[in-house]
Design a binder for this molecule. Structure first.
Ligand code: SF4
Length: 578
């Protein structure tokens, strides 16, 4: 037998012969008894492998004998656990909150905020209300902890010591929290946010003089498949117009006498009443005439549906405003193309366009927009900055999505230094060859008010065109025409127009672009261009990925703006505490 069997820790001496172990059932019984005893005493024991039953006899097959475990087992001591013990002096929640915990920062900062505008929202009378400062702290801390649902906040106020401490053991239910968030904070939260930003400015964390602006789209709390499209309404109305014309033409053929003095002014459907009148005229004229079955059916359908359809279209158009779409389950949400495209089919989703301005990765301003393009949002966004801080920023840095004549001019009018690329800026930096034939690259002779064509010949002004943008901004373009393109050796490369080449030049935009180019290529401009993506874009990353906020919880522009404000506050406080 191996030495293993003579281990000093063993509780008994084991016979040395292997055969004896295999044959002696008594010994095996003793061995098992010995194991139980060893276990009860906490001593090492022998383990027998391969015990096999054959018929009624148990034949042990000793394959391996090992010691498990080799060392002696120590006595186990457990810490005291008395869950129902009554404490003479229970610990206060204050002692349980870490000194530098985030919840303390939220508490201290919101305590310093003037909440008079919020207090004015309470009319008084009736039962007592939960204190708005407490509810504001709970909401901000909830958004800071990725707890966006009012029901989850209600649970946290009963389970989470940080929430309990912050609320002073108050336990408002989810309805109270939600009512406070969507009704009381309306028109007030932005001033609270502004005060927190001013505290950050005082503490030297950021400056309001230079801001970096960018936008992102966040999905609305709305059904993705219940939508209304402006274009579909236009198409349906034009189809209705066509069919009305056809019906009228048919009626004129069949009932010449009845309709000879009855021609309607227009077939373009403007209102339900107008459509109804035209249908009634046709119906009256065809009364008692031999009318084809198809026309009868169409007329009946028109009578039953078109006036109602017109009413519906009018209602939709009112809700659409200047938008092209809206969601039926959140009428303020517009369908937009999102970066998060999990289906990879470019599906449009109901969303809001959130515009943020930042400095040192702190949010200094936010605004909500219903249009997907960033270009149209800058004016409103900058004006909301002025409304909040009673001043404009001195410098605004934004990407090429904001580069438009309207925005450049708006910044000039407000005496703001804009560092905004236009859509050709990056191409002009990297291109190796300048397209000398492009209308943007033609030389302008300001003295003679002439453009110089690629062959060096003058192009004379022949008129001007005007355009108004979606925001109501007026643009003016002067048309210049070359004098003699026929026979020019550069004609093939220059243009494909019939006759002499005509170009339309927007001089104001040309100058504004030149100024933007100079600024962006300066040392300061290069520094701003480098800093912009590292300043504002990480905020979107933090909100969407770290805070996992990819969809608003509330519906409607006002409520969604409150949520954006809470997110912005939470972001700033978390960064302040970091
Ligand atoms: S084709 Fe006409 S516009 Fe072009 S370079 Fe020749 S003359 Fe000038």
């Amino acid at each position: 037998m191996p030495d293993l069997f003579r281990h000093p820790n063993l509780s008994a001496q084991i016979p040395r012969s292997r055969n004896a172990v295999r044959d002696d059932k008594v010994f095996l019984r003793w061995l098992l008894l010995d194991k139980r005893e060893a276990v009860s005493k906490g001593q090492p024991f022998l383990m027998l492998h391969g015990d096999k039953k054959r018929g009624s006899r148990s034949i042990p097959l000793l394959v391996q004998v090992a010691i498990l475990p080799v060392c002696a087992k120590s006595k186990v001591v457990f810490k005291d656990y008395t869950p129902n013990q009554v404490m003479m002096l229970p610990p206060s929640l204050e002692e349980l909150i870490m000194e530098n915990h985030l919840v303390r920062v939220v508490n201290q900062v919101i305590d310093r905020i003037n909440i008079d505008p919020l207090l004015k929202k309470f009319k008084g009378g009736g039962t007592s209300s939960y204190h708005p400062r407490m509810l504001l702290k709970v909401l901000v801390y909830g958004y800071l902890n990725n707890t966006y649902s009012s029901r989850r906040m209600e649970s946290a106020l009963k389970e989470n010591i940080h929430f309990m401490w912050l609320a002073g053991m108050n336990k408002p239910d989810h309805n109270t929290i939600n009512r406070f968030r969507s009704e009381r904070l309306k028109d007030v939260l932005k001033t609270v946010f502004g005060q927190v930003v001013e505290l950050l400015v005082e503490a030297g964390h950021l400056s309001l003089k230079e801001v970096f602006t960018d936008g992102t789209k966040i999905e609305a709390q709305a059904n993705r498949y219940t939508f209304v499209w402006g274009n579909a309404i236009k198409t349906n109305k034009s189809k209705m117009e066509e069919q009305l014309k056809e019906l009228w033409a048919y009626a004129e053929r069949v009932a010449v006498e009845e309709l000879k003095d009855e021609a309607p002014e227009s077939f373009a459907p403007v209102s339900a009443t107008q459509v109804k009148q035209v249908i009634e005229k046709i119906d009256k004229a065809l009364e008692g005439k031999a009318v084809s079955k198809k026309v009868k059916q169409k007329l009946q359908y028109a009578k039953n549906n078109w006036p109602q359809n017109m009413k519906r279209y009018k209602h939709h158009e009112k809700l659409l405003g200047k938008r092209n779409s809206y969601s039926k389950t959140d009428i303020d949400a517009t369908f937009m193309r999102m970066k998060e495209d999990h289906m990879r089919n470019g599906q449009l989703k109901p969303a809001y366009n959130v515009q943020l301005s930042s400095h040192n990765q702190y949010i200094v301003n936010y605004s909500l927009h219903q249009k997907p393009t960033d270009t149209t949002t800058l004016k409103t966004h900058i004006d909301s900055f002025k409304k909040l801080y009673k001043q404009y920023p001195q410098v605004v840095v934004a990407d090429a999505g904001y580069g438009s004549e309207e925005n450049y001019q708006m910044l000039v009018n407000r005496k703001i230094e804009g560092y905004i690329k236009h859509n050709q800026f990056d191409r002009s930096l990297h291109r190796k060859h300048v397209d000398t034939f492009g209308s943007d690259n033609l030389i302008y002779d300001e003295e003679r008010d002439m453009m110089i064509c690629p062959s060096g010949k003058p192009m004379k002004p022949i008129g001007e065109t005007h355009r108004t943008t979606a925001n109501g901004f007026k643009q003016k373009m002067i048309k210049y025409q070359a004098t003699k393109c026929k026979g020019c050796p550069l004609l093939q490369q220059c243009h494909q127009q019939k006759g002499n080449r005509v170009v339309a030049i927007n001089h104001r935009l040309r100058k504004l672009k030149q100024q933007a180019d100079e600024r962006l290529k300066s040392e300061q401009g290069i520094a701003y261009r480098k800093r912009r993506p590292a300043d504002v874009e990480p905020i979107f990353g933090n909100i969407k990925h770290n805070k996992n906020f990819k969809r608003f919880m509330l519906k409607g522009l006002d409520k969604v703006e409150i949520e954006t404000g809470l997110l912005a506050l939470a972001h700033n406080l978390a960064k302040w505490a970091a």
